[in-house]
Design a binder for this molecule. Structure first.
Ligand SMILES: [Ca+2]
Length: 271
């Protein structure tokens, strides 16, 4: 992606200039400035490692076009009726957006649990999440895209079946009451991590408890207006019931929660 490439270019270009300057200085003084060169080399290695991490964390997974049953017959009233939804193929982030990525592109880290660059960024409003995705040339997933991605093409309340949730999700039973570095639980069948738990995730749609009764069957994008935005997947403090893939949470879009984050998506052909 262009934004990612431009960031790498900036860091590499700056270091090239600094290393060249250090090399020239060392030549002028008969090579007696190894300290400066070592410091710059250390900085170069640190930035190189950071860029590799950013590359890894920005990976997206293509979810092929297809249909799935959205909602749950045994869930809350707003998860009904279960209805067949068809979606075009799309890309979605393999991981929740991390503090490292957010700070890189937005110049700040609003998280409560700081000093954990590979943990998901939290305490972001819906507008901040949306702005980040736009900054990297992407967008928030729709509610339907998020649920199809979470199911991993498997279906059911959990992509892993009814047991072994602790291998797939950080939630109230195993998190130690805090977010954890992304990708440290098993991926679902689509190769996505932390769709359930760790931080719940803003999606693009406005919330309407009756939306499933009127939702179009193809590529639904939610109500045209609303007061709250949908959030999905549950977080590090939630119960097994609250990290079900079909559960629909919803909040005032201005709120910033210590267990709320996001991931981005892109339409086919975008990344
Ligand atoms: Ca999550």
């Amino acid at each position: 992606m262009l934004a990612k490439r431009s960031g790498r270019f900036w860091g590499g270009a700056l270091l090239s200039v600094l290393l060249a300057a250090a090399g020239a200085g060392a030549q002028e003084t008969g090579g007696k400035e190894p300290g400066a060169r070592d410091a710059l080399e250390q900085m170069r290695l640190k930035l190189e490692k950071e860029e590799m991490e950013l590359e890894r964390l920005s990976e997206m997974v293509f979810i092929p076009a297809g249909s799935f049953d959205m909602g749950s017959a045994s869930g809350a009233a707003d998860e009904k009726p279960v209805h067949r939804v068809s979606l075009d193929g799309f890309y979605i982030s393999k991981y929740e957006v991390t503090q490292l990525q957010y700070e890189k592109w937005m110049g700040e880290n609003p998280s409560y649990f700081k000093n954990c660059p590979l943990c998901p960024v939290e305490r972001v409003t819906h507008a901040q999440a949306n702005a980040y995705c736009l900054r990297v040339g992407q967008r928030l997933p729709t509610e339907a895209e998020w649920e199809r991605a979470a199911h991993g093409g498997v279906g059911g309340e959990y992509s892993w079946g009814e047991e072994h949730g602790e291998r797939f999700a950080w939630f109230g039973n195993n998190s130690g009451q805090r977010p954890r570095p992304v990708g440290t639980r098993k991926a679902n069948a689509f190769g996505l991590h932390d769709m359930a738990g760790n931080v719940w995730e803003w999606v693009a749609d406005w919330y309407d408890e009756d939306y499933y009764r009127v939702s179009p069957a193809e590529n639904p994008t939610g109500p045209r207006m609303g007061k709250q935005r949908v959030a999905r997947g549950g977080g590090w403090g939630h119960s097994p019931e609250q990290i079900r893939h079909s559960l629909r949470d919803h909040f005032d879009p201005r709120t910033r929660y210590i267990n709320g984050g996001f991931r981005c998506a892109a339409s086919k052909g975008k990344p």
